[in-house]
Design a protein around this ligand. Structure first.
Ligand code: HEM
Ligand SMILES: CC(C)=CCC/C(C)=C/CC/C(C)=C/COP(=O)(O)OP(=O)(O)O
Length: 299
C-alpha cells in the first residue's frame, strides 16, 4: 500500500517572514529608497511609499522562491538548515504559492500605482535572482554570484525609475557599484563558511578554485568597485558631501580588501580580515547610499 506523507499544519507567520530573508533585504530596500530620494524630482509620498513597498515585497518574493527551489541545499548547511522548509515547518507548496503570489502582486502594484519602467526593472530583478542565479548558475559555476548577483544591483535603478519614470547615468553608476561590491561582499563570507558550501556541493569560488584565487579576486573586484563609488563626484553627478564620504569609506574598504588579498592580520586583532571585510561591506553600502541622500538634500 502506498503511504502518503502527512500534511504539516499551516505555517506560522514568522516562517513566512523568514522566507523573505528580511535581514538581507533591509539593505536591498535601503538602496532602492536612496535611489529614489537621490533623484532630482520630488515624488508624491504615497506613490514613493508604494514603490518602496513593492521593492520590499518583490525582493521578499524572490527570497521565498529561492528558498523553495533550494531546500535541498539549505538542509545540508549549518547556516541555513533551520529555515522553515529544511526544518520541516512548512509545506513546499505553501512557499511556492507565497512566492509566486507576492511576486505577481508586487509587480502589478508597481505597474498600476507607480510606473511601467519601475515595474519592468522589478520584474527583471526577481527573474534574475530566481531563474538566472538560483536555478541556472548557483549550482553550475563559481561565477554564479558575479552574474546572478546583478539581481541585487537593480533596486537603486528601480527607486530612481519610480521617481522619474526613466534611468540616468547616476543610477547606472549605483547599479555598477552594487554589482561590483557583491563579489567582495560574498566571497569574504564564503572564505569562512567554505566547508558548508563544499558539503552541500555548491561550487562557490573558494571551494572550486581555492582560497588564494578567491583572495586575489576580492582584491581585483574592489578596484572597479571603488571607481564606481567615487566617480559620481568628479563627474558632477553628486556634490562634495557624497564625494568626501564615498572617498573615505571606500578607502577603508580598499584597505580591508587589500588585507584579505594579502592575508594580512592586523597585529593584536583576533578577527580574521575576511570576517571584518564582510561585516564592513554591509555597513559600507548603508553609509555610501545614505551619503547620496544627504548630499541631495543638504547640499
Ligand atoms: C548573489 C549575491 C549575494 C550573495 C550570494 C549574498 C550572500 C549573503 C550571505 C550568505 C549572507 C549571510 C547570511 C544571511 O543572512 O543569509 C549575506 C549577508 C548579507 N547580505 Fe548578502 N549576498 C549577496 C548580495 C547582497 C546584496 C545585493 C545585498 C544588498 C544590497 C546584500 C545584503 C546583505 C546583508 C545586509 C547581509 C547581512 C545580513 C545579516 O545581518 O544577517 N547581499 N549575504
Ligand atoms: C528587488 C529584488 C528582486 C532584489 C533581489 C535582491 C537580491 C538578489 C539579493 C541577493 C542577496 C541574497 C539574499 C543573496 C543570497 O544568496 P543565496 O540565495 O545563495 O544565499 P543563501 O545561501 O543564504 O540562500
Amino acid at each position: 500500500m502506498q503511504t502518503v506523507a502527512p500534511l504539516l499544519p499551516p505555517a506560522d507567520w514568522r516562517d513566512f517572514l523568514a522566507l523573505t530573508k528580511p535581514r538581507v533585504m533591509t539593505l536591498v530596500v535601503f538602496t532602492g529608497l536612496c535611489g529614489m530620494l537621490a533623484a532630482p524630482v520630488s515624488i508624491n509620498p504615497v506613490i514613493g511609499f508604494t514603490a518602496i513597498l513593492c521593492i520590499a515585497l518583490g525582493a521578499g518574493a524572490a527570497g521565498a522562491l529561492n528558498q523553495w527551489y533550494e531546500a535541498d541545499i539549505d538542509s545540508q548547511m549549518r547556516r541555513t538548515s533551520g529555515r522553515p522548509l529544511p526544518a520541516g515547518r512548512m509545506e513546499r507548496q505553501s512557499a511556492l504559492h507565497f512566492g509566486v503570489g507576492l511576486a505577481a502582486f508586487s509587480v502589478l502594484l508597481m505597474e498600476l500605482a507607480v510606473n511601467m519602467v519601475a515595474a519592468a526593472i522589478l520584474t527583471v530583478s526577481i527573474l534574475f535572482y530566481v531563474l538566472v542565479y538560483t536555478v541556472w548558475l548557483k549550482r553550475r559555476t563559481p561565477q554564479n554570484i558575479v552574474i546572478g548577483g546583478a539581481a541585487g544591483a537593480f533596486p537603486p535603478l528601480i527607486g530612481w525609475a519610480a521617481a522619474t519614470g526613466d534611468i540616468a547615468p547616476l543610477p547606472l553608476l549605483l547599479f555598477a557599484l552594487v554589482f561590483l561590491w557583491t563579489p567582495p561582499h560574498f566571497w569574504a563570507l564564503a572564505l569562512f563558511v567554505k566547508t558548508d558550501y563544499a558539503n552541500a556541493g555548491v561550487p562557490m569560488l573558494p571551494v572550486v578554485r581555492g582560497e588564494a584565487v578567491t583572495r586575489t579576486q576580492i582584491g581585483l573586484y574592489t578596484i572597479p568597485m571603488a571607481l564606481a563609488a567615487v566617480l559620481p563626484w568628479p563627474l558632477g553627478l553628486t556634490g562634495a558631501i557624497y564625494g568626501v564620504i564615498a572617498l573615505a569609506t571606500t578607502a577603508v574598504f580598499a584597505l580591508m580588501a587589500a588585507q584579505v588579498a594579502t592575508r594580512r592580520q592586523v597585529p593584536g586583532d583576533a578577527m580574521k580580515p575576511e570576517k571584518r571585510l564582510f561585516g564592513y561591506s554591509v555597513l559600507y553600502l548603508f553609509v555610501v547610499f545614505g551619503a547620496l541622500v544627504a548630499d541631495r538634500w543638504f547640499a
